[in-house]
Design a protein around this ligand. Structure first.
Ligand code: F3S
Length: 386
């Protein structure tokens, strides 16, 4: 912080120390990796872009592995998406600033699907709701819910303030969520997450009777509970790595029952009746398995450009090799990398309604003023091909 390693390191340390002081951190700890949010030009605008360019010009360089959240467009197919040229120019500047600082331009909220997989117990500095929930809960690594600037500061310094979910005692469960509803689809898990977030308001839930969710269900559950309630960590009995440890703290804490009607009401709360919406899959970004499932559903259908699939460039490449992108495109669907239905400039792209299987996606769609429909992938594909 005394400037010996240059202005970029000094300023980054100042930010982390200020944050640590606010939260009463007694020290800094080394972090093994960072995942940085705040990448879309839609959210950054000119001021945010210039700030990133200043950091790069000041000589900021990552000293640990750092990956990047989605941008506002597919960096190659932005014209096909209908993204305005001025936006594309701004977005390119953002990516350049990040890559100049040594950040990997992964442009995804699911870096854990493309090889950025922190080990259990390690300290990391991650941002983005689903990524934070996944790394804490499913992988058992440790991070607070960081922001774009603090993750960049941690990438540049290699440390983070030691407070919050970095400490074992703060990872204890605070309420039990007992599920008394059938969870059949990923939308059901997403809705369970959304309901839980509303009920818990950033406390740590311990799920009982949550079935046997696959990785895709866990990523969408985490995204939803982080969106509706700022949840950073959840435990699932028989599901997540710290649940057994967490079970020793269950005595005496409140149990909340979640029933089918709670899930139905949560979905209803976001639903309206969009006229000719764009149907979106991939919030959080699709895994290879999800793309394969989608390809199998759309074979022989005529989607007429109405179904959009969002994923990372890493998963896209694998799907392309497996011939899955061609199957979806041959059916009239579109597959885009680097961006998503929330951080792309949808109004400027001429959208007027959204159909999605993600409660996080639905939440932001409503917040951005779009009539919204929530449905399973099978139902979305059926509707898109009508
Ligand atoms: Fe990811 Fe965008 Fe959804 S960042 S979790 S796909 S809102």
């Amino acid at each position: 912080m005394d400037g010996e390693e240059g202005d970029a390191v000094r300023k980054s340390m100042e930010l982390l120390v200020a944050l640590g002081n606010v939260f009463g951190a007694e020290k800094m700890v080394p972090v093994e990796s960072a995942h940085i949010s705040g990448v879309s030009y839609k959210n950054l605008g000119e001021a945010g872009t210039e700030w990133l360019e200043e950091q790069a010009a000041m000589g900021a360089k990552c000293r640990i592995r750092a990956t990047l959240n989605p941008a506002g467009m597919d960096m190659e197919k932005w014209e096909e998406m209908g993204v305005p040229r001025e936006f594309a120019v701004g977005q390119r500047r953002v990516l350049k600033a990040f890559t100049d600082m040594g950040v990997e331009p992964t442009c995804t909220c699911t870096p854990y699907l493309i090889g950025h997989v922190p080990r259990r117990g390690t300290q990391v500095a991650w941002a983005e709701s689903n990524a934070v929930c996944f790394v804490n809960s499913v992988l058992g690594a440790r991070t607070n819910r960081e922001s774009g600037p603090t993750t960049l500061a941690s990438a540049v310094t290699g440390v983070a303030a030691y407070y919050g979910y970095r400490l074992t005692e703060n990872r204890r469960p605070e309420k039990i969520i007992k599920v008394k509803a059938e969870l059949h689809s990923r939308l059901d898990y997403s809705t369970l997450g959304y309901v839980t977030g509303k009920l818990m308001k950033s406390a740590v839930p311990y799920f009982r009777n949550m079935g046997n969710p696959d990785m895709e269900s866990m990523k969408t559950l985490g995204a939803a509970c982080a969106t509706s309630g700022g949840i950073t960590l959840w435990h699932g009995e028989g599901v997540t790595p710290e649940a057994e440890w967490a079970s020793q703290y269950l005595e005496g804490i409140e149990t909340i029952i979640v029933e089918q009607k709670n899930l139905d009401e949560a979905k209803e709360s976001l639903m309206s009746d969009p006229d000719n919406p764009t149907y979106c899959i991939g919030c959080p970004h699709c895994s290879l398995k999800e793309i394969e499932e989608t390809a199998n559903l759309v074979r022989g259908k005529d989607l007429d450009g109405k179904l959009w699939v969002f994923t990372s460039r890493g998963v896209y490449e694998q799907a392309e090799k497996a011939g899955l992108i061609k199957v979806i495109e041959d059916a009239g669907g579109r597959v885009y990398r680097d961006t998503c239905m929330v951080v792309a400039p949808l109004h400027e792209m001429g959208w007027h309604g959204v159909g999605t299987n993600s409660m996080k996606g639905g939440h932001y769609s409503v917040a951005h003023g779009f009539p919204t429909k929530l449905a399973t992938v099978d139902e979305l594909v059926e509707e898109a091909s009508r």
